[in-house]
Structure formats: structure tokens, C-alpha cells
Design a binder for this molecule. Structure first.
Ligand code: FAD
Ligand code: MLT
Ligand code: ZN
Length: 509
């Protein structure tokens, strides 16, 4: 399943022996070494329960020194290693493919420094994003990224995947907000780049190599990050749009009218709204009057954007958008939001809308958007594609895929749903195909078609989730041969024995 069949264990890697476990216990103490098969289950299985490995040991270092010692030893013993943060990754990068040693950052969660003047934060890589945001919040700042997995994902995992998330449109990518980092290469050499300077033009910016490397070079042990001032005023609107063209027109208006205070622009189609309200407890769409569950024998009735499938759909719009502002003056921001709403409603781009009037209401609206991935997993098997495409035409891919699968016998009557949502402000579409079960014939209708489509439209096959195991054999759809060769050479320098996260990101030679 998922190309596992096509991958063979690299025989150059040795297997973990009792002697190795004894060494690990000597470095970490017995509490830092997990080898009980039951206790290993969560380390071997990803968030979607789609990728399952067979690690015999998981390690929980507490310090950079320990990480360095472990990697030096694993290199000398040719033991393959998979770094693991919160294990919320969506491309199979964080779990072993075979029997790699899992090195988890869960015990490396200390906050090391916070500068209350500049808002720079230094933390160990296993600190949970939400905990860091709460810490920064108590000091008038916020983390410059936010995502649905914030309660579990680690900052080291975020940096290693170069996670995008819900507010990239305003606060930019981690390539900008990570000021410094510390990490160990695969050979155990510690690279200390833990600076908090905004400006530092002193040759190659080596930290950038680790941002988005998905654990293929080494293990990030600490991160220095620029927090943003926490906004005094937050406005959030949930809007209903009659077409995807209306969604893009609303995005343009948001940029024009809301300007510098715009902090998020997200979209979801009708099917996503139904999925989230149906499969998640307590989640509702305040713009949909009737919330009768319509689940048919095979999930029929959930429909797709623009389609009318039963009475609940008749009450809901083809698309929804979340438009949020972060500013410093409530009156000013409210005025701007009102002007924006008047403009998009008078032009017919928005047919209905609601403004959150409390933090609780805002949280409930965000839950509708952030809960989509969980709702999809609850419904059954999910084929996830996270692509960048020209914004104006990005939803075409959802419609093309829907028609293609229906023509191949995988329409909604077969329980297959093709849905689209994502970070429209960043040109990032999440195309998800939900099916009752994983099915090779269905997969062969989706891939490589989806990657060819994205490549033909000059898009990216991974906007923010990374390549991991899922797309390692497809990298060439987005990267040329010279770039891939350079990536390999850089890996050879930083991870000379090649133990770090094998089978991931780089295609097999
Ligand atoms: P893991 O899943 O543990 O690891 C991810 C990758 O990084 C693996 O390849 C792993 O080997 C490597 N890695 C982890 N820690 C280290 C380290 N310290 N050093 C070196 N390598 C390391 N992603 C987005 O970009 N935007 C979103 O909006 C978003 N929303 C999500 C919502 C949900 C509900 C879920 C489940 C996932 C979402 N994701 C999103 C994907 C995922 O949360 C992110 O990729 C996140 O950054 C992963 O962090 P993690 O700590 O869980 O890393
Ligand atoms: C999101 O934007 O919700 C995340 O990237 C997760 C997902 O795509 O399912
Ligand atoms: Zn996303």
C-alpha cells in the first residue's frame, strides 16, 4: 500500500541489537528507551493511521548532547533513524518505513529564552506549538504560525516540514520567521546557528537547509523564532459564496479593502462543511439552517460544491470563506470589515455572512475549518493532495477529479467524495478524496494524473505538507534533475552515512 510494495529495505542498514539498546540506555537511562511492542505502537503509526512502520526501539533524548551522541553512534553502526516530533505529519515522513530507530523530541520541550522587547523566542525542538503560543501570549506576543494540529505538533516538526498553516498570508513562512536553529547532522556534528538576529549576512544561510528538510539531514534540537505582537483587535467573518469565481473575487476585495490588517483567508466547499458538521461533535456551520444528517448507505448525500444533493444541501452554499483581521484598533478594524462586507455583498460575491462577536464564536467558526482533516479521517480512507496552483483556476482540479473518478465508477454513489479546501490567500489547495476504503484501482485513477496536472499548470505537488514517503517518487514533477542532484550532495555532506530518514523526500536512485 502507498508505494511500500515498491520499496525494499536498504540492506546496508544494520538491525538494532541488544548491545545497541544497552548503549541507548547508557546515554538516556532506561526511561528514555522504549522497546516494549505495545508502547511502540504510537511511534510506528502516523496521525492518519495510513503509514505503519516496524521500529523495534524509540528514543527520547532530553538534550542536544544526547541527540548528538545517539546520531554519532547510529552512524557508526549504520542504524537508520527517523526523527519524530508530534507525529501529526500528513505525508508519512514521521514514522519508520521498516525498522528505523525512532528519535522522538517529546522530552525536549523546554523554553530556553524569551526577549520581551523584540519578541524572540528560543525553545527546544519538542515544545508543542500551542504551549509556545500560550507562553508568548502571556507576554503580549503570538507565534507566527497556527495550524489545526497546534495541540500536538512540535516546533521542530513545524520547522522541519516548513509548515504553512492558517496565517501565512499575513505572517509569512518559517523561512522568514525562524531566526536561528541548532541541530545535529546525521554524523552527530552539532551545528550551532541559534542566533536571534534579524539581520545577519555572513555567508551561506545554512539554517535554511534544515527548514523543510523533513529530517533527512539531521535532527533540529532548538529553534529561535520571531514572534509577532498579539493583536488587540481580531475580527472574523464566515461568508457564503455562490461560486468559486465569487470566492476569488472576495479574496481580491479582502486584499484591497482590508489591506494591512488581513490575517487569514481560507475557503472550504459545501462538501467539507457537511463533513465537518456531520462527523465532528458540536461543530456547526452558523450559515446553514438545517443540520439534519443526510448520511446515506455509502455516504451519499454529502455531495459536492455546486451540486444539490438532498434537503440539507439545498440550504447551504457551494462555498464558504473565513476572512480574519488582526489589528490594533477595534473601531478601525470593524469599520474596515463592514466596508468589505458591504462591498462583496452588494456585488453578489457573498450571499450570506456572519461576524464572530466573541472569542468563543470565533473559535467555533475556526473549528469548522480546522476540523475538516479530522472529519475526513473519521469518514474512512483519505487520499490527500496539498498543491499550489494559480488561485483563479485552482478549484478546476477538484471538478476535473470529480468527473474523472465518477466516469471511472468512483462517483458519490460508490461513497467517493472529492472535496476542496485550503489556504486560498496563499494559492494552496487541499484536494482530498474520501472513500470507504483504500483501493488500488481508485488510486491508479488519481495518481499520477494529479501530479501531471499540477506540473502542467506550473504548480507544486507539495505546498506545505512536504514530500515524506508519500511523494518521494514524485519529486521530479516539481524539481528538476539538477536540483535533485544538489539535494542529494548536500545530504551526503550533512549526513555522510545516509542514516537520516531514508526512503523519504529524495527519490530512490
Ligand atoms: P512530525 O509529524 O513528527 O514530523 C514531520 C516531519 O519532520 C518528519 O519527516 C519528521 O521526520 C521530521 N521531524 C520532526 N521533528 C524533527 C526534528 N526535530 N528535527 C528534524 N526532523 C524532524 N501542515 C501545514 O503545513 N499546515 C497546516 O495547516 C496543517 N494543518 C494540520 C492540521 C491537522 C489536523 C494535522 C493532523 C496536520 C496538519 N498539518 C499542517 C501537518 C502537520 O501538522 C505539520 O506538518 C507539522 O508541522 C508537523 O509537526 P510534527 O511535530 O507533528 O512533526
Ligand atoms: C489544513 O489546512 O487543514 C491542513 O493542512 C490539514 C489538511 O490539509 O488536512
Ligand atoms: Zn493546510
Amino acid at each position: 500500500r502507498f508505494l511500500h510494495a515498491a520499496i525494499e529495505r536498504n540492506a546496508a542498514f544494520d538491525k538494532v541489537s541488544e548491545k545497541d539498546v544497552a548503549f541507548f540506555e547508557q546515554v538516556l537511562g532506561s526511561s528514555g528507551v522504549i522497546s516494549d511492542p505495545d508502547a511502540l505502537v504510537p511511534f510506528n503509526r502516523d496521525w492518519q493511521k495510513k503509514y505503519v512502520g516496524n521500529a523495534k526501539v524509540a528514543l527520547r533524548p532530553r538534550t542536544t548532547q544526547q541527540v548528538s551522541e545517539l546520531l554519532r553512534y547510529c552512524s557508526s553502526r549504520r542504524l537508520a533513524v527517523v526523527p519524530q516530533g508530534g507525529n501529526t505529519g500528513l505525508v508519512g515522513g514521521s514514522v519508520p518505513v521498516f525498522d528505523e530507530v525512532v528519535v522522538s523530541t517529546a522530552a525536549m520541550n523546554r523554553i530556553l529564552h524569551f526577549d520581551e522587547v523584540s519578541g524572540t523566542l528560543i525553545a527546544q525542538s519538542g515544545a508543542v506549538l500551542q504551549a509556545l503560543d500560550e507562553y508568548a501570549g502571556q507576554r503580549g506576543f503570538m507565534m507566527p504560525l497556527d495550524l489545526g494540529a497546534k495541540g500536538s505538533c512540535h516546533i521542530g516538526g513545524n520547522v522541519s516540514t516548513n509548515a504553512g498553516g492558517l496565517r501565512l498570508v499575513r505572517y509569512g513562512s518559517l523561512h522568514g520567521s525562524v531566526l536561528g536553529l541548532e541541530g545535529s547532522g546525521g554524523d552527530g556534528r552539532v551545528l550551532d546557528l541559534l542566533r536571534t538576529l534579524r539581520k545577519d549576512n555572513t555567508g551561506f544561510d545554512l539554517k535554511q537547509l534544515f527548514i523543510g528538510a523533513e529530517g533527512t539531514l539531521g535532527i533540529i534540537t532548538a529553534v529561535a523564532i520571531q514572534c509577532a505582537p498579539r493583536p488587540a483587535s481580531v475580527q472574523l467573518a464566515l461568508l457564503a459564496c455562490p461560486s468559486f469565481q465569487a470566492v476569488t473575487a472576495t479574496l481580491r476585495a479582502a486584499r484591497r479593502v482590508l489591506g494591512e490588517v488581513l490575517s487569514a483567508v481560507e475557503f472550504l466547499d459545501q462538501a467539507c462543511s457537511h463533513l465537518a458538521t456531520r462527523h465532528l461533535e458540536g461543530v456547526r456551520n452558523p450559515l446553514v439552517q438545517q443540520l439534519q444528517p443526510l448520511e446515506g448507505p455509502q455516504g451519499g448525500g454529502e455531495g459536492g460544491a455546486g451540486a444539490t444533493h438532498g434537503s440539507a444541501d439545498a440550504q447551504s452554499a457551494p462555498f464558504y470563506m473565513l476572512v480574519e483581521t488582526h489589528g490594533s484598533d477595534v473601531d478601525h478594524d470593524q469599520q474596515k470589515m463592514e466596508r468589505f462586507l458591504e462591498s462583496v455583498m452588494s456585488e453578489g460575491h457573498v450571499t450570506d455572512g456572519t461576524l464572530a462577536t466573541s472569542e468563543a464564536q470565533a473559535g467555533a467558526i475556526w473549528r469548522l475549518r480546522e476540523g475538516i482533516s479530522e472529519a475526513l479521517v473519521r469518514r474512512g480512507a483519505v487520499y490527500k493532495y496539498d498543491v499550489s496552483l494559480p488561485t483563479a483556476v485552482m478549484y478546476d482540479l477538484v471538478e476535473v477529479m470529480r468527473s474523472r473518478l465518477a466516469a471511472g465508477g468512483y462517483g458519490s454513489d460508490a461513497g467517493v467524495l472529492v472535496v476542496g479546501y485550503g489556504h486560498i490567500g496563499d494559492g494552496n489547495l487541499h484536494l482530498n478524496i474520501s472513500a470507504p476504503r483504500y483501493d488500488d484501482a481508485l488510486l491508479s485513477l488519481i495518481e499520477p494524473f494529479v501530479y501531471e496536472y499540477v506540473s502542467r499548470h506550473n504548480g507544486s505537488i507539495s505546498a506545505e505538507h512536504g514530500i515524506g514517503l508519500m511523494k518521494a517518487q514524485c519529486l521530479s514533477y516539481s524539481k528538476g534533475a539538477v536540483a535533485v542532484e544538489l539535494m542529494r550532495r548536500i545530504k551526503e555532506v550533512v549526513d555522510p552515512v545516509g542514516i537520516m530518514n531514508p526512503y523519504k523526500v529524495l527519490p530512490p536512485r
